[in-house]
Design a protein around this ligand. Structure first.
Ligand code: ZN
Length: 702
């Protein structure tokens, strides 16, 4: 494990952060950033650190204070607000209690924090308070866990780490653990660190650097010991190439995602979907393809940490039939049913220990292992699924290390249940906000233009995952960059030419590999051309035909095949045009080809209804731009129309505004809102058209 300490950087942290809360806290922040930078030490909000110092209150009195990392804060990106200050003397008194429930403990933290606005501190706050040193660091290092989760762990830990380290048997995190740590330290006053079995590592010192370096030293010793003793590594019985695993993933991901959706009983929104995140790596494939893989994967998890994300048990699918989707569907649904029955039995067995006010989770797995493919994790959105994926990756890697040197020994079921259904853990889940479309995936064709980018923006604002597709090039990459900066991992860009069936198939596969499948397809790609019929060039007409008609047909056909695999319905919205209903002179190629596309979408509404796929249209009047993005339509007709009517760009927009009943300027956001209406399934509607034109009596759909 790399020692990342730098005296210069530490001084820099003091310079930047000491102002508001003092040097001690600045040093604490620096150490947290170093520990947080190593996924092998802490993952996604795991681990915590603290600093004991003083606080001057409004009366000018100095009181003993402890600053502890706030619950859920990520050590990698801490700021002073990530620490909650508490009255240390009062916390010390709590040790006299014989028991303290989570709710009482949370209440004590709230009423004895030094700032009314601070976030709830870590569940381990009292552990930190009861360790009598200025700096305390607590991490969950993979290498330490790989040693604690073995038969004969204590002897192994002694051999690996030496005699100065106290080893504490597993104790439920919180008040009980804090008391156990305190008395163990009193019995071993010279100890330099403590290993918490099936949990992690605790180091301390009055100097920040020493405590951090002790963590690094012990983890490095554990890593070295694991390496030296890896005499019996997992050997795959067959070797699956990575590209084959990825191919298989694209084929089965929509089937898996469909089977992982929970029925809601609500007719218009019948499924609560999940987002998938795959884990396909060489070491993971070796794990699932090893003859010991299944038994090892189904052992209890390494720690009781993060169980609300991963659940206590993973799911395994035996001999998946990747080449036969029907057989695969059958296998996977049988595996889910078996998993769900086991999970229900586990809940039933421990139901008496379920805390009041905590709702049981659904019966489905969060981590699924597939020989010959890898691991698939699920979550309520891409971020949640990625957290589960990272935890699973570290867990499996540590289990493989354990298997290479000894026999795995995990936590007992009752300890797992206690953490999987702990009030404080579930409070974290409740705090995470959900948006209406956060479990959905959309694919937009022709997204790099004005209307497409406007639709993408509206869907992303509602929590949707959006694949923006268009011809490969700067326009698409610029859009993707802009959207990723605002919406992060819910944006992907896929170069896709709607006239090329292979590119469409590959585009759908790419989105399926990334998120598991697609629920909403927005047919937006289209081009325009101005010419009278007498002068219309046949090649140009055929170009419009290829994009506006064949492009629509090909994407509809691929969508149908995709929705059939996923089997949880879906939505298609076609961006039509007012010209379908009120064609314009000199606009024959556009009006007629868009009309053909529109008609195909209406037919799709009839053919796809039995799959609960709704196909609707929005028909905007001219939208010329979205932000700085000019529409292709404007580029085609803007200059000509401007010169024909003797208008400026603003004048032309004004002309279009004045021709509708509401005198409305139609924007890309308006079109996005109309798409959103269908995506939210507010009414049982298919085959319908919403005009987005400010009211044009001639083009009212009929
Ligand atoms: Zn911990």
């Amino acid at each position: 494990m790399k020692n990342r300490w730098s005296d210069d950087k530490a001084a820099q942290f003091i310079k930047n952060n000491a102002g508001s809360r003092g040097e001690d806290l600045a040093m604490g922040l620096y150490v947290a950033s170093l520990i947080g930078a190593e996924p092998g030490l802490v993952l996604h909000g795991g681990g915590n650190s603290s600093v004991k110092t003083t606080h001057r209150n409004l009366l000018g009195e100095e009181v003993d204070a402890i600053y502890v990392k706030a619950s859920g804060y990520n050590m990698a990106c801490m700021d002073p607000n990530g620490y909650t200050g508490l009255d240390l003397q009062y916390l010390h008194k709590l040790r006299a209690l014989s028991k303290l429930s989570d709710a009482e403990m949370a209440g004590e933290f709230l009423t004895h924090s030094l700032d009314a606005d601070s976030a709830p501190p870590s569940i381990e706050t009292l552990v930190h308070a009861f360790v009598p040193y200025k700096f305390v660091d607590h991490s969950h290092p993979d290498a330490i866990l790989a040693l604690t989760n073995q038969r004969g762990a204590k002897k192994i830990l002694r051999e690996a780490l030496g005699e100065d380290v106290v080893i504490l048997e597993y104790v439920t995190p919180g008040f009980k653990l804090a008391k156990a740590v305190a008395s163990e330290l009193e019995n071993n006053p010279d100890a330099s660190a403590m290993v918490l079995m099936q949990h992690g590592l605790l180091t301390w010192s009055d100097r920040a650097k020493e405590s951090y370096q002790q963590t690094i030293k012990l983890v490095s010793l554990a890593e070295k010991y694991l390496k030296q003793n890896a005499l019996n590594p997992l050997v795959p019985v067959r070797s699956t190439p990575l590209h084959i695993a990825r191919k298989r993933l694209a084929r089965v991901a929509p089937v898996i995602r469909g089977l992982m959706a929970q029925p809601t009983g609500v007719p218009d929104l019948p499924w609560e979907r999940v987002i998938l995140q795959p884990l396909i790596r060489r070491d993971i494939l070796n794990f699932v393809d090893s003859d010991r893989g299944k038994r090892l994967a189904l052992t209890p998890p390494l720690t009781a940490d993060h169980l609300i994300r991963t659940k206590s048990l993973y799911m395994w699918v035996d001999n998946p039939s990747y080449d036969d989707p029907v057989a695969f569907r059958d296998q996977f649904s049988r595996a889910i049913r078996k998993y769900a029955a086991a999970y229900d039995a586990y809940i039933k067995k421990h139901i008496k220990e379920m805390p009041e006010g905590v709702r049981r989770m659904d019966s489905f797995p969060r981590v699924v292992l597939l020989p010959g493919l890898g691991v698939i994790c699920t979550g309520k959105d891409a971020k949640a699924a990625a957290i589960t994926r990272d935890i699973a990756a570290h867990t499996l890697a540590a289990k493989a290390q354990i298997a290479a040197m000894g026999r795995y020994r995990g936590l007992q079921e009752k300890d797992l249940f206690a953490m999987e259904y702990r009030t404080l853990q579930h409070a974290k889940l409740k705090k995470e906000k959900s948006s209406p479309l956060s479990r959905e995936v959309a694919l937009i064709t022709g997204a790099a233009g004005a209307i497409g980018s406007g639709i993408a923006q509206v869907l992303l604002e509602q929590g949707c995952h959006v694949a923006v597709t268009d011809l490969e090039g700067e326009l698409l990459s610029e859009l993707a960059e802009e959207l990723k900066a605002a919406f992060g991992s819910r944006v992907m860009s896929v170069p896709l030419d709607v006239t090329d069936p292979k590119a469409i198939e590959a585009g759908f596969a790419e989105v399926s590999r990334a998120w598991g499948g697609i629920d909403l397809i927005v047919l937006n790609a289209g081009i325009a051309h101005v010419s009278s019929l007498s002068e219309l060039n046949l090649d140009t007409f055929q170009k419009l035909e290829r994009i506006n008609v064949e492009g629509t047909l090909l994407v509809l056909a691929e969508a149908a095949r995709h929705f059939m695999l996923q089997n949880t319905g879906g939505d298609i919205v076609m961006v039509s045009t007012k010209n379908v209903f009120a064609p314009g002179a000199n606009f024959g190629a556009y009006s007629s080809t868009k009309a053909a596309g529109h008609q195909l979408a209406r037919i799709a509404s009839q053919e796809f209804a039995s799959m609960d796929v709704r196909v609707n249209m929005v028909s905007p009047d001219a939208v010329f731009s979205h932000g700085a993005r000019r529409s292709g339509l404007w580029m085609e007709i803007g200059p000509e129309r401007m010169s024909a009517r003797g208008l400026s760009a603003e004048g032309l927009e004004e002309y279009y505004r004045n021709r509708n009943l509401l005198k409305a300027r139609v924007t890309a956001r308006h079109v996005g809102n109309a798409v959103l209406y269908f995506a939210m399934r507010q009414t049982p509607t298919t085959g319908a058209t919403i005009p987005v034109d400010g009211g044009l009596p001639d083009s009212t759909p009929r």
